[in-house]
Design a protein around this ligand. Structure first.
Ligand SMILES: Nc1ncnc2c1ncn2[C@@H]1O[C@H](COP(=O)(O)OP(=O)(O)OP(=O)(O)O)[C@@H](O)[C@H]1O
Ligand SMILES: [Mg+2]
Length: 507
């Protein structure tokens, strides 16, 4: 069969049946090309099965004998027994360009393996954000896949896959790629302290020097202490917290009465609240705030122990947002916080960035600013169905309308099924890593930008570092291999020593 791997023999639009060449060994997800003078049609394998010239009944009979060790005369060769595959059309490429395919390739077309020249347009876009290398089945092609980072990062990214399949490695790649570009800046909340790279290779080694790190413990030299003034807090920062309506009303009551000192008064004050609020409401709200903020009532007033302070940290949030506006990457180490404290810190910083960008939009000067993309692990904590029952929060607002203000989310989760359909539909790029649970696969497939209904099996069998990217910004769901961060970036990081400081950025 020469250079051909398969040939179209029958089928229907999404189920084209091809016979596999003798030595071809087709794989799930493999890309094949049907080509003539004018155009190429790209097909993708989504199922594999056997074919035989011998009738099923005869095969059953012969197998029975053979299993009992009886000698049978049976010619088992490629002419009689062979493999077939089901494939679907994904793209038609002509000289003028590529478009999604709505017709059948020619009957009996011979199919060859895809080559990087067939899809070289995947490397052409503005605002280049490297997503990985094109993959055909398990084979990685030497063809980097780029998407428009300005669009991808403002229209939200969902990164999903079973634990250990490479979500964090992928995210680290994306943060690295976006760092130092003029189209986007990244605001990363890092509950596992894995992106900055205290002990390993990480964003601290980025050649642009444009990544800044905030942590509250053992601050590395040249980096910043994460401390936030209690005065920055507003009741709406607690939107995601499970406060009862009376408890919530109480926070607004204090905020209205005492302004920026409201937390302090709520925790240490002994004012008479009148009949409006009962003692229990006050006691429970106090306890929740004390735990969350790491504060307590001391001999002479408020004592602080965590990331929140009465005396410092007033400029932290402003500094962070200014740096983001300049195109810098911010990594906030939240690994020492409880889950709710992490979300509170994330809410405060994110709210400030979001409202500033809304203001810029209002003033008509948003165009000159980079997109801000906010990276959040275990995203259902804030955009999950259960969290949204508490009402909207800054993250769900961003998921709904952030793209208009150049603010996007990168939501990481193993459990996309916990996120409501409307929210999933707003995440215009989905990076799908290996996912074993069927309910999770269904949730992604139902909300994907392309029809992935035939790809459930392929998604289940994705190996570490293999992904499918379904995005509004590509014509078909892109199979990619994610480079392993440490290996790829070492070379680039080596350059850092030569061009260390970028003027005006890392002082
Ligand atoms: N692209 C890749 N190439 C090679 N190995 C990889 C790749 N991605 C991940 N791995 C391997 O898998 C391990 C787990 O990856 P990672 O921490 O990114 O998974 P995860 O999906 O974030 O898991 P969790 O849900 O537990 O956070 C890595 O430490 C690495 O050894
Ligand atoms: Mg992870």
């Amino acid at each position: 069969m020469g250079d051909y791997k398969a040939q179209i023999i029958s089928g229907a639009y999404a189920d084209i049946i091809v016979r596999q060449g003798t030595d071809a060994k087709l794989e799930l997800g493999e890309l094949l090309v049907a080509e003539d003078e004018e155009e190429k049609v790209i097909l993708q394998v989504h199922d594999l099965f056997y074919g035989s010239q011998v009738s099923q009944q005869n095969l059953e009979r012969i197998s029975g004998f053979s299993l009992e060790g009886k000698e049978v005369r049976f010619i088992n060769n490629e002419a009689r027994n062979y493999s077939l595959a089901k494939a679907k059309n994904i793209l038609r490429v002509r000289k003028e360009g590529a478009r999604s395919d709505k017709s059948l390739p020619k009957f009996f077309s011979k199919l060859r393996s895809v080559e990087k020249e067939d899809l070289s347009f995947l490397s052409e876009t503005k605002n280049k954000l490297l997503m990985g290398d094109l993959r055909s089945g398990t084979k990685t092609l030497d063809l980097p896949v780029y998407l428009d980072g300005g669009k991808v990062l403002s229209h939200h990214v969902l990164i999903t896959g079973t634990t250990g399949r490479g979500k964090s490695v992928l995210m680290k790649n994306l943060i690295w790629e976006a760092t130092g570009t003029d189209y986007a800046s990244m605001l990363v909340f890092d509950p596992h302290d894995e992106y900055y790279g205290r002990k390993t290779l990480g964003l601290k080694d980025h050649p642009s020097g444009k990544a800044r790190y905030y942590t509250s413990k053992n601050v590395p030299s040249g980096e910043r202490t994460l401390v936030l003034s209690l005065k920055l807090l507003r009741p709406d920062h607690f939107d995601f917290l499970d406060l009862t309506p009376p408890q919530r009303q109480l926070t607004y009551f204090y905020y209205k009465r005492y302004g920026e000192n409201w937390i302090e008064r709520l925790v240490v004050g002994e004012e008479d609240l009148g009949a409006e609020f009962n003692e229990m409401t006050l006691a429970v709200t106090r306890r929740k705030l004390k735990m969350l903020l790491g504060i307590d009532k001391g001999e002479t007033g408020l004592v602080t122990s965590g990331v929140f302070s009465t005396t410092s940290g007033e400029g932290t949030v402003k500094d962070i947002v200014n740096f983001l506006e300049e195109g810098g990457t911010i990594i906030v180490d939240t690994s020492t916080f409880s889950g709710n404290t992490e979300l509170l810190v994330a809410s405060i910083i994110t709210s400030e960035a979001f409202s500033k960008y809304k203001y810029y939009n209002h003033k008509g000067i948003l165009d000159s600013k980079p997109v801000i993309n906010i990276v959040l692990e275990e995203a259902p904590r804030v955009i999950g169905r259960e969290a949204l029952e508490q009402g909207p929060n800054v993250f769900s607002s961003i998921a709904r309308e952030g793209r208009k203000f150049k603010v996007g989310l990168s939501a990481i989760t193993q459990m996309p099924s916990l996120i409501p359909k409307e929210v999933l539909a707003n995440m215009n790029t989905k990076i799908i890593l290996g996912t074993e649970m069927n309910t999770e696969r269904q949730a992604i497939i139902e909300s994907a930008s392309q029809d992935l209904s035939d790809d459930s099996r392929a998604i289940a069998s994705l190996d570490k570092g293999e992904a499918i990217i379904s995005t509004n910004f590509a014509r078909f769901a892109l199979p990619v291999s994610i480079p392993f961060f440490d290996e790829e970036k070492k070379k680039e990081a080596g350059q850092k020593k030569e061009n260390k400081s970028y003027p005006g950025l890392k002082e």
